[in-house]
Design a protein around this ligand. Structure first.
Ligand code: FES
Length: 105
C-alpha cells in the first residue's frame, strides 16, 4: 500500500494509505477532511480541486484540456500546482505524494 500526505483545509497534515489503480479523488473523498467530488469524476464540478506540493507537481501526468478549462475558472487557481484530483490516476510512482485540499469554491 502506498501512502500520501494530505494537508486539510485547516493546515493539518495526515498520512493516508492510498491504493494504486484508483483516481486520486477516490482516495480523497473517503476522508472526512477530503474532497466532495460532487460530479463523481466527470470533470464538471471542480469540488475535487487540490494543490500538489511543488516538489511533485512536475511528476504528474499533464492536464487535459477539459481539466485545464475548468481549473482556470477557479478564483484560487494556481497554474503550477492546481489539479482536479478526479483526473489524476494514482499509481505506485506517486507513493509519497503530498497535496493540500483547496478551499471550498
Ligand atoms: S469530481 Fe467533479 S471535477 Fe473532479
Amino acid at each position: 500500500m502506498a501512502r500520501i500526505t494530505v494537508v486539510d483545509r485547516g493546515g493539518k497534515e495526515h498520512l493516508v494509505d492510498a491504493k494504486p489503480g484508483l483516481k486520486l479523488m477516490e482516495i480523497l473523498r473517503e476522508l472526512d477532511y477530503g474532497v466532495d467530488a460532487i460530479c463523481g469524476g466527470l470533470c464538471s464540478c471542480a469540488t475535487c480541486h487540490v494543490f500538489i506540493d511543488e516538489s511533485w507537481a512536475g511528476r504528474l501526468p499533464k492536464k487535459q484540456s477539459d481539466e485545464q478549462d475548468l481549473l482556470t475558472e477557479l478564483s484560487d487557481y494556481r497554474p503550477e500546482t492546481s489539479r482536479l484530483s478526479c483526473q489524476v490516476d494514482f499509481t505506485d510512482a506517486l507513493d509519497g505524494l503530498k497535496l493540500t485540499i483547496a478551499p471550498d469554491a
